[in-house]
Design a protein around this ligand. Sequence first.
Ligand code: LRH
Ligand code: MN
Length: 431
Amino acid sequence: MDYKIDTGLVAEHNAKLRSDLDADYAALGGTLARRGQDIELLTALAQTFAVALPSWGVGTGGTRFARFPGLGEPRNVQEKLDDCAVINQLTRATPAVSLHFPWDKPSDAAGLRQQAESLGLSFDLVNSNTFQDQADQAHTYKFGSLTANSAAAREQAIAHNIECIQLGQTLGSKGLTVWVGDGANFPGQSNLRGALERYLDSMKSIYAALPADWQVFIEHKLFEPAFYCTTIADWGTSFACATELGPKAKCLVDLGHHAPNTNIEMIVARLAQFGKLGGFHFNDSKYGDDDLDSGSINPFQLFLVFNELADAAAREGKAFKPSYMLDQSHNVTDPIESLMSSASEVQRAFVQSALVNRLELAAHQESNDVLPAAQTLKRAFRTDVSAILAMARVRSGGAIDPVACYRAAGYRAKAAVARPAKAGVSGSGIV
Ligand code: LRH
Ligand code: MN
């Protein structure tokens, strides 16, 4: 199956929607001009936006209760890349893919890199996995990996992370994300300080294996799979460890890894202030690590995160370049549709944050003129920048309405034929 969507069909789709887009774009341009803002600059800015796709997000996700596979699921990393290429073809905002090992371990890494390049894709951060036992594994991670009491289990986990770095180097990646579910389910089960000491000890071996131009990203998470304590549970612990390890260690903020109502944008401001904000796993949640589509539950929080990123960028300039990734689980939607709309929702927050008049905001803040300060942010958030996002896509060769174009192409139905489902494959778990 040729996975690329016919460019003629994309052009036909855009032609149908173009005059409405031009009208909406002109109207928005007028509104922004009255605020002294140039829509052309904002559209050019939108065209620079990129968020990496999680390879594990193009298959249907599930929970511990069940997974209900969809049609035409990708059966291997090559087919995952084909689906990622379609998302980028229509959104023009997802040129990189984040792989997860061993789920995506290629038999031929150089060949996979060539396939990605032929699809116009590159590889973002790679992710290690010491939260599951592999069939051929000598030592279990049941009682932890980088923090395990068992030195053999720790050594095994360190070796796996170093193998991820080596694979990533062949693929052209420049960083490793380390999320460990290590923790305990009972008070007394583990020595809280001892666990973190073992974690740091293990991470120092991984850090020492980093190439000069690589970084390691520590991903904190409040709970799950451990339900009494998690070794790297919060940004403070992550920050302390990244500082202890050295300049190539940064903190990664997964939006779903915090207690409900946590002020995540303030965590972002703090990590940026101390130079340890490495990147993001964007998603949304209402209760726990729900891994829902970005901007689907709390788009104002996503906007406030980007407002802090805009503040940091205004202070630090072009050097401030945290990495952006989606990390979602698509249990009831077509993963490709969810990833396309989620990439656009994150791009929307990025563009809205650029609408904030930072001088005006600072003046209100310094004079403690509270309501105008709050309204300066709210006005940017309430501005519907859909026309800018669509114009950015069409100018970059994408689709005005990616989901509608994808459906018109009948991609999923074709994939269902090309990728017959393996009988009886449902099971549970996130991928
Ligand atoms: C842990 C996590 C981590 C990934 C996994 C797929 O909850 O967010 O980033 O390794 O999901
Ligand atoms: Mn994550």
